[in-house]
Ligand binder design. Sequence first.
Ligand code: AMP
Length: 573
Amino acid sequence: MLVEEFNMEKVIDEFEALTKDADRAQKETLKKILEDNGSAEYLQNLGLNGRTNPESFKDCVPVVTHKELEPYIQRIVDGDDSAILTGKPIKTISLSSGTTQGKPKFVPFNDKLIDATMQIYRTSFAFRNREIPIGNGKALQFIYSSKQFKTKGGLTAGTATTNVYRNSLFKSTMKAIHSQCCSPDEVIFGPDFHQSLYCHLLCGLIFREEIQFVFSTFAHSILHAFRTFEEIWEELCDDIREGVLTSRVTVPSIRTAMSKLLKPNPELADLIYNNCVGLSNWYGLIPALFPNAKYIYGIMTGSMEPYLKKLRHYAGELPLLSADYGSSEGWIGANVNPKLPPEFATYAVIPNIAYFEFIPLNENNEEYEEPKPFGLMEVKIGEEYEIVVTNFAGLYRYRLGDVVKVTGFYNSTPELKFVRRSNLLLTINIDKNTEKDLQLSVEAAANLLAEEKLEVVDFTSHVDLSKEPGNYVIFWEVSGDASDDVLSECSNCLDKSFVDAGYVSSRKVKSIGALELRVVRRGTFQKILDHYLGLGAAVSQFKTPRCVGSTNSIVLQILCENVTKNFFSTAFN
Ligand code: AMP
């Protein structure tokens, strides 16, 4: 389909047809993947011998993690262009954000993943636009490129979002779905994230009447942008008033591009200034700045959920719409019920985008030792699974590391709710706490802060095993000065809110020590973000690591160096 000829009804009809026979789409997709890549060394060694049916595939090909594929990927990265994982050599590598493991992972990338990205963008846009139509304007998109570099073997490497933004299909698709970024390319691809953010905000204000929606890949970047706005809004108004870009933007290409957009406009500057001073505690900031915006759009589930409260504050009456579900390894599902609040958002699996399998979790919500994945048609409503992906870019039966819950079916394709990353976050002995458990515990304790009109800006955790018994450490960045009494209560509340039986019993017999709440200086999580950017991560894909292990020593050091106060829980004394 030509992207220029975007036709909402047609896209929806195509999705209906595809999902009515998801089983067939899956079998055809697997067949195509195996035909395209049958000559790859990896598949050849597994003895598939040209067979492309699901049964033979499952018999011959093992379920793997990134670790098992690493030697193959490394050869590709180092420049071996023989058919290793794919029939056609891989020319581009994606860096996954790697916030879970502490360092970015290399993942093969090719044009098939671009096609899939455009398919999912069009699909979810069609459903979104049917519910909340947008006009022919622009979008304020907080999108950023990561550093792109050449690997030892000469392949281009960057984050998956960067690989997408740099592709010409991205621009044409965005144009076709009325979602053109209001900022020039020089801003998106600028080398300094802080300068790009400043200019995204400035462009948004210059085109304020035209802005139809506000977007970032993960909601964290939207929140980060408006938190920054609170700090720099007067400077932005000055730039608009004078028509001169602040001297803090130093990148010549960005300055040149911005000078074409910036003209002295005292009326606009006054209008924005007055709108800002008229707000109470920045409530409703986004619609106050962008009067024609219809919604705020970005991934808001999973590790983004803790940011929803603040995002709603900035959004005022504007709806928050969660974007789709995917990863550097490829897309999984589209949000075709965009009006559902993000807490209830589900993703309909796109059955021709990859071949999907699902490892069931046992009654303790753990994975079986010998995983036996189910096919797309075999999953059951209400059950939780870890996703296994076979894609067009050389990943076969690859464990993505995400746990999802099947909430229903859209025609015959499952609708998934994102539950959590599969790895356990906090465990010392028999206790088992996931990122979801941590999130709930932080939410409960943060309610105590809310009474003081304060909030948790961001948080993470650590298991301290340096002394006996080990204990949980929770790091909080708080929006202002909370009293010691309240923070001490928060540490008790955090401790009590981990309701896992293993944790509670271990705390009672003191085989796990008292939970420690450590409050860090304002700006500490910004330093962590900057650290990841230095490693090649992109703001667009950034997710705060929710647990920092001792192997992630630099991040742990940043946290520990910035602790201002600490409180041990007395909840189990
Ligand atoms: P990355 O490969 O760095 O872009 O990270 C991909 C990971 O982000 C996925 O494996 C998920 O854990 C998370 N993720 C992506 N999309 C969503 C979503 N819609 N909801 C929740 N988590 C998501």
